[in-house]
Design a protein around this ligand. Structure first.
Ligand SMILES: Cc1cc2nc3c(=O)[nH]c(=O)nc-3n(C[C@H](O)[C@H](O)[C@H](O)COP(=O)(O)O)c2cc1C
Length: 213
């Protein structure tokens, strides 16, 4: 267990890494823990309407780099993950989740039926343009969750929103799949040449963004 101070130190240590050391690779056990963070990230209603693609192929990385305004993190980081959201939600998705809960928790038939009715009642969440941004927000949340986990393991990250999602979809062959690209995320170790690592954090005073009542 980390102490509160160790956790704060990890948060201060984290920054959006602009230049990764291409020679510094993440050890398999560390990477496995970070994949587990993706796997265990929280999601609305627990529906996990996402997919995470770990791109190790160098050629694909080069193409994704071009589709990211040539931001070098995409090419140089030890690991690069494309975070995708579902394009839409079908009844079969709700049933898949209910069946999975049944498998894991051995829920009764009655509970499964009431869960299905509950999910159907929430279906306004995933409809239309608002539904699209609701699904994207799930993926953004996963990115934040994993970034904090990585900081605890002293692995550098950069969440990459400066990408062309449609181009990513084309490169990864997602166009006819149920998923579409939302974000990229680079993982690795900072280059000693990355001056951003030493910059002070630009944040408003805490009492401007957090209030208590
Ligand atoms: C959704 C999102 C998208 C981002 N996209 C990029 C990006 O494309 N390239 C980049 O270098 N940093 C990107 N960042 C990092 C932010 O610029 C950075 O977190 C912010 O400036 C605060 O700095 P810090 O994280 O170093 O404290 C992104 C961050 C978020 C949350």
């Amino acid at each position: 267990m980390m102490t509160p101070q160790e956790y704060k130190d990890a948060l201060m240590w984290r920054y959006a890494c602009k230049k990764f050391d291409p020679a510094a690779r993440i050890a398999p056990a560390t990477w496995d823990a970070l994949e587990e963070a993706f796997h265990l990230a929280p999601s609305s209603l627990g529906l996990q309407l996402w997919h995470f693609i770990v791109v190790d192929d160098r050629e694909i990385r080069e193409k994704l780099c071009e589709a990211s305004f040539n931001q070098t993190q995409v090419r140089d980081a030890s690991k690069y993950v494309v975070l995708c959201a579902r394009r839409d939600v079908q009844d079969s998705d709700l049933l898949a989740h209910i069946n999975r809960a049944h498998e894991v928790l051995n829920t009764s038939e009655e509970r499964m039926q009431s869960a299905y009715a509950k999910y159907k009642g929430y279906s306004v969440f995933w409809q239309g343009d608002e539904g699209k941004s609701w699904m994207e927000s799930q993926v953004h949340l996963a990115a934040g969750f994993v970034a904090a986990a990585a900081a605890c393991l002293h692995v550098d990250t950069c969440i990459m929103g400066g990408i062309v999602p449609a181009k990513y979809d084309e490169i990864l062959g997602l166009e006819d799949s149920p998923y579409r690209t939302v974000l990229g995320m680079a993982f690795g170790y900072r280059s000693p040449e990355d001056a951003h690592a030493l910059e002070a954090k630009v944040r408003y005073p805490k009492d401007k963004v957090i209030s208590h009542c």
